[in-house]
Design a protein around this ligand. Sequence first.
Ligand code: PEP
Ligand code: CO
Length: 419
Amino acid sequence: MTAAASTARSAPDPPYAPGAHQQPHWPEPGELTEVVRTLGSLPALVSPDDCDELRLRLAAVARGEGFLLQGGDCAELFAGPLIEPTRDKLRCLADMAAVLSSGSGLPTLTVGRLAGQYAKPRSTYTETRGDRVLPVYRGDAVNDLRFDARGRTPNPQRLLAAYRAANRVLSDIRRLRSRNHTLFTDLGGDFFTSHEALLLPYERALARAVPVSGREYGLSGHLLWIGERTRQPDGPHVAFAASVCNPVAVKLGPTATRTDVAELVELLDPHREPGRLAFITRLGASAVHDLLPPLVDEALTLGSPAIWVCDPMHGNTFTTADGIKTRRFEAIWTEVRGFIAVHQALGTHPGGLHLELTSRDVTECMDAQVPGREFRLDLRYETACDPRLNGSQALELARLAAPLLRPRTELMRDAVTLG
Ligand code: PEP
Ligand code: CO
């Protein structure tokens, strides 16, 4: 037995994340231990310097001097015909960023929901089709979308495949940066990655301390967020986010309270550093006006410089009579508009948008119906998880939102100049 193996076996902190919500039922804990040990020996996926750079850029957003556009698939796939080339994903975000920047007068910082978005929280443990009941799909890092018993059994080897898939996307980005200067100029000069930090064994295995300073970073992606279902202030996901120096975000759904905001601010940004913390609200088009003000007010009371980001997707999902999960474009736009209106009324900065989108011409989110014609979701419904905006819907949302994002002072200045 090698020294490394004996160390791993007697390690006092097994990687099974006790008490963590939304963890798969791995059938082979021993295999998970081995996988985690391998992940721990692999090079980090991103660098601490780049995480610091993103924090600096986000600090400008926190001061109201920029706007964050975060977007990508609900669930990235490792491979297959539905996978979208990285270049197309970046082009779609770059086009939106250009529209947002020119319409709002603020620079747009683009962060992909990619190169790591391989794990999904789910509302049920199983999925039933006919008389067959199997474990639910939890993202490519856990099991296979294909509905068969073998594919749906959580497989720890997939964590290694997730690492390799993320690495491929990051290499694509580096290649594009060196060769496609126009794309990167349109992206605002740089591009960063983000995903939900859901699978704690994976995230912890890729957390590394920087020599000398000893500061710990989660090096699976630049910005890591904690989802609505795992954001308990006393839970292990928030503890993980508190332990790393990356910029971090937390999703806030309709049940979030002032107390949640207060506790999360104290745990995640005790020193009130602009660029460290973002709250991504996903409250629903009809609830945003009532539910957002107290949350923002609590942060203001605490002197928190947290960035406020609107996810208009996850509070507006419903299932059609045919059993297809979808969202109406109108509801998505209504939540964005409500989010901006609330911030403008409070004098705070509507800092960004968090979107599930693809450049592909999918039919996953419903457009306004043409009278007499039904909207056909089944034509090109390709998502592995939640419905995404297609390329033209995404651009349309940017076009609608951009003029509303112009800082008030600038609007007043324009009015004076024109008057
Ligand atoms: C998601 O972003 O895909 C997601 C599951 O969101 P939330 O945590 O807000 O439900
Ligand atoms: Co989703």
